[in-house]
Every structure is written in C-alpha cells, then in structure tokens.
Design a protein around this ligand. Structure first.
Ligand code: PEP
Length: 253
C-alpha cells in the first residue's frame, strides 16, 4: 500500500494568539495556492487553545494535538481526553515527543496508555521516538528506538493507522541535523522492526517522518531519501514561508 508523505509542524508552546492566527491563515492560504498531490498530507500541531476553532474546519490542513491523556473522561483536572479532542474535529495526536518524555516524565508505559486511548477514540497517533546524544555515542540508537516502539505499541493491532516520527533528541531545536544517511538508517531499522513485529503490509503503509532541525535548506536532501516519508518540524514551522518551502520540497515536480 502506498504511504503518504506527511509534512507536519509542531508549534510546541508557541506563538501568542495574534501571531498564531496569522501563521495559521498564511499556512491555509499557502496550501490552497498549491495543488497538493493526493499522497501529500500537511498537518499542524498547535497548542490546545487553538484546536477548537481550527480542527475539522481547515480544509486540507490536518490539525492535531500535541499530547493526549490516557484517561477519557472524569476527575482528571488539566487533562485533555482523546474523545473530547475527537469531538472537536481533531484527527491526529503526537505521542511521546521527547519534550514530553524529558520534561513531563512520559515513559514507554505512559506512551502506550496514551496511544491506546487515542486509538480507542479513533485518533491517529504520531509516535515520536529517538535517542539522546550519549545514547547515539554509545551505539545504542537502535536499541532505544526499538524499546520505545515496542513499549508504545505493545497492544497495537496491525489494522490501525499509525505515523512514526524518528526524532534524534540531539537534533531537536539545536540546529544539528542528522545526515540523510543517519536518518535513513534509523528509518530502515524502524520499518524492519514493524515488519518483524507485525507484517510487511503494515510496515509499508506506515509513514516514518524525520524530525530534528528540518529547514528549507536541508529539506530536499532529507525528503529525497526513499525511506524518509516526511518531516516533523518544530522551529521552522513557526514561519509560514519556511514551513511552506519545506512543503514544496515534498511536492514532486
Ligand atoms: C520538534 O519539535 O519535533 C522538532 C523537530 O523541532 P525542531 O525542528 O525545532 O528541531
């Protein structure tokens, strides 16, 4: 099955309202000015307050959440439940972003619970995996990403759609980018793991995005690799021109 190319912006805790609304408008207009091929998807993951107004009413633009609670409803002050998100038109959710893992203590078990809650509500999880610099230096990259993958997908059945983002932690927000060879090697390993654990059809249908200082200047090289199915973009997604120019690198001419 052909898998889509996905260009996704993770806005993190940015930007203030006026700028966010202008950015959103520019991205929506930019998408409408391009004829997006059917296999190219564009997504943004803005902070939660933006979701209600945009999710489900942004045309071709997918609007996703940056995190989800493992509980659906109830006495969980501050939590954002998957079914609630779904009710507001949200279709995708990031799970296990390294900032969630490092600042908020999300473990593989937490990620699994969140992933299962997202699935139960019909949301498509974008599972983020990636090694730290000391882990890469110690030659542990494959072990770490395999542990994160297996840990989150323990109860995953093959029929359910999934997106994976390989995001080496040392490359996020640092200006350091994995070389296309480093990224492709990790992507091939992840796809091999999906094939081994589930089956070839599921492995081939699952887009694996690269994230870590993707910019207009390096997007074409990264996206030119057959094993890199798109990008999860932090900093450069906060500027419509940069984000759209990364999108252009993903649109075949
Ligand atoms: C991210 O937040 O997922 C990310 C990859 O950030 P940046 O592009 O800024 O490195």
């Amino acid at each position: 099955m052909a898998r889509p190319t996905v260009i996704a912006g993770n806005w993190k805790l940015n930007p203030p309202r006026e700028q966010g609304e202008a950015l959103y408008r520019d991205v929506v207009v930019g998408i409408s000015e391009r004829s997006l091929p059917a296999n190219v998807q564009v997504a943004i993951f803005p902070p939660a307050p933006y979701l209600g107004g945009w999710a489900g009413s942004s045309g071709d633009l997918i609007v996703g959440a940056q995190d989800v609670a493992s509980e659906s409803w109830g006495a969980f002050t501050g939590a954002l439940g998957a079914e609630l998100l779904r009710g507001f038109g949200v279709t995708h959710v990031l799970i296990g972003h390294s900032e969630r893992r490092h600042h908020f203590g999300d473990t593989d078990a937490t990620c699994r619970a969140k992933l299962e809650a997202a699935r139960a509500a019909g949301l498509i999880p974008v599972l983020c995996v990636g090694e730290t610099e000391p882990e890469r230096d110690a030659g542990e990259t494959f072990d770490i990403i395999r542990r994160q993958l297996d840990g989150a997908l323990e109860a995953q059945s093959v029929a359910e759609p999934l997106v994976i983002a390989y995001e080496p932690v040392w490359a996020i927000g640092t200006g350091k980018t994995a070389t296309p060879e480093m990224a492709a090697e990790a992507h091939r390993y992840l796809r091999h793991s999906l094939r081994e654990k589930w089956n070839a059809e599921f492995a081939d249908a699952t887009p694996i995005l690269y994230g870590g200082s993707v910019k207009p200047s390096n997007a074409a090289t990264l996206l030119g690799d057959a094993d890199i199915d798109g990008a999860l973009i932090g900093g450069a997604s906060l500027d419509a021109e940069s984000f759209l120019s990364i999108l252009d690198a993903a649109i075949p001419r």
